[in-house]
Design a protein around this ligand. Sequence first.
Ligand code: PFF
Length: 451
Amino acid sequence: MNSDKTGMHGVWANRWTFILAATGSAVGLGNIWKFPYITGENGGGAFVLVYLACILAAGIPVMMAEVLLGRRGRMSPIHTMQTLAKQENAPGFFRVIGWMGALCGFFILSFYSVIAGWTLSYIVKMATGVFSGAGSDVAGAEFGGLLSDPLQLTILHTIFMVLVGVVISRGINKGLEDSLRVLMPLLFIMLVMLFGYALTTPGFGDALAFLFSVDFSKLSGESVVVALGHSFFTLSLGMGAIMAYGSYMPVQASLGKTVLAVGVLDTLVALVAGIVVFSVVFSNGLEPGAGPGLLFQTLPIAFANLPAGDLIGAVFFILVAIAAWSSAISIAEPAVAWAVEKGFSRVKATVFVCAFSWFLGIGTVLSFNEWSSYTLFGKTFFDTLDFLTSNIMLPLGGILIAVFAGWFVSQETIKHEARIHSPLLYKLWMFMLKFVSPVAIGFIFLHGLPI
Ligand code: PFF
């Protein structure tokens, strides 16, 4: 192995820090913003069921494989895949996992930062009492006003990207660990509090029915692809982010429990966010399929109904922004780590990655206003980038990771790295990785892609 590059980015203090960082990566806008709105657009219960099945059948097994490959390679995903493909005598083709992942990271970061910018705006709106006593009309008008202003969106996008850049340029250990240790539990507490509020609303029962009663007639082929893509997006899989974090993982930690903890936490956050959002939707006669604005048009109404709602709302959006920030850092990490291994300083590498993504993000900013009528197959610039990354590149990366780890990496290597003590669990995982995950992803691709 190319020893001069391995371990040059640092190591997590222990297994818990890895869980914290991986959860910080997984829990983000995907859970709180995207999951509720795509569930609304795709009809509810049946979509949620397919999403949960994808997490179990593809997400968890592929996540274990991704962490394993990272921990084995101990370099950026691009160099890790180059080295492992050679070491394991696998076709050089598998190096594409690293390259496609880095490219996908640029794309995702570009729009992720724009949406995270919305949360920054909502911190201010909440704190200044814009939504005091507001109903759905005020919430809708405020959101519409924000989207129609490209300059404001660009400024917010820029602020967020700078915040991301500052942390990445300082390296993974400094700053990130300490802040996440406090902030992630706070986010969970806030969500539980909002859940408590949702329980008291008249729409709570309808929200549960919408999310958990399954009606397959509402499910299209594209919905199934979206559910699969989202299971990868929400767990940060298929593009090397988790592989990069895995490469900083201490050698002793057991893979199965660690990954399971991250998967369960991530899924819980999404489901709770969904219940809260849809309780507000059904209590106020709103439209579940409202699209990307759903979170921003519903939660302000919830806060308007809570005591000290302005303050709680401001704190909530601060926490969402932080969850987005810890995810965005991991999105950029594979490309930054690669550039550092190539000899660039960490600061230069960060500036390059953030500047390129920032520039691409302007396309997403404009897709909500000036360019909203320019569409490709009915999709705006933002929709196209979102579809291409979540629904095509991430699952494709996932298939390749599953096939590489399942079929090409030697059993000794896998056994040595995985440290799964129960033979039964090990066999189950291998079976999933070799057969179930690739076949399920391939099948959904073939049947669901609108081409
Ligand atoms: N998992 C993050 C979320 O749910 O918001 C988004 C994400 C992070 C996607 C890292 C991809 C990635 F590599």
